[in-house]
Design a binder for this molecule. Sequence first.
Ligand code: GYE
Length: 334
Amino acid sequence: DSTDTLMEGYNMKWTRLAGVAAFVLLFCAACQPKQKKETTPAIVIGFSQLGQESSWRQRNTDSVLEAAADARYRVLYRNGDASQEQQIKQVRSFIISRVDAIVLAPIVETGWSTVLAEAKKAGIPVILNDRNIAANERRYITSGVYTDAVGEGKKAAAFIKKKFADHTGPVRMVQIYGNKDSSVSAGRSQGFTQALAGDSRFQTVVVRYGDFMISKGEEVIRQLAKEIDLKNIDVIFSHNDDMTLGILKYLKATAIRPGKDIVIVSIDATQKGIDALRRGEINADIECNPETGAKVMNLINLILNKRQFEPAYYLEDKVFSEFDSNLSSVQRKY
Ligand code: GYE
């Protein structure tokens, strides 16, 4: 009797133990991966891009989004539609969402202090992408990956110097900027003007704004042709390829042959820009490298892991011009 009772108790113990073991096993298999995810939540980045004005911009957006995916960061992507007001709202919503880092491509240089101070107070690092902000507002940002706009302007000037090396008399130039108060147009113009200073032949006679867009480039040159005689202009320095394409569209419907009667220097080196260079309608196209993504993600990684980083990073740009012999093999991503 007593043996039976003992065996019964023994059996019951084993059955219960087996049940518990099975439960534990099941629990481990079903729940552990989920638990792991909950303990290490993904890094979340808020990305405010300034607009969709150009094919350069499209490639830059993709560069950032692709690099974030590679780094396994989650991205809240917002497009500012060329409005600073929109961008400020977006940054504010990132702060409310308590993102880990903010990436901002600022449409203009000034007017960011209030919202950037809010980000700083919330302890969220802000990294600028492509464009810069005014020096006195920079204390609110952590670092940036920038377009070397001054360098691009200098490269454009170097081409002009070479092209007009044997030219006597004045070289009358028109500059078509992008949007007003953008750091890149300011930088490109500064680099260009500085590099040509000291040679009094070179004169910028008119400056206009074309918002970095095809339609605006065409509109601006059509308007300008009503105000001045374009036959007296030797050079058009257009601050991006999209505006240049608009300018070419207009000029090709006139007696002025772009690339021959008037020297055209452009920036970005998009596929369409390079195609126009091959056709002889553009004389030089200075690359603006849109691949900021990997550098931005690397920088975020350094910042979040409290490692050392530089206050500013720049991208390198090539030059394509009518002086190159191998243009036919050039392939662009944008
Ligand atoms: O050149 C132009 C774009 O900020 C460098 O903006 C950028 C410029 C680029 O829309 O195409």
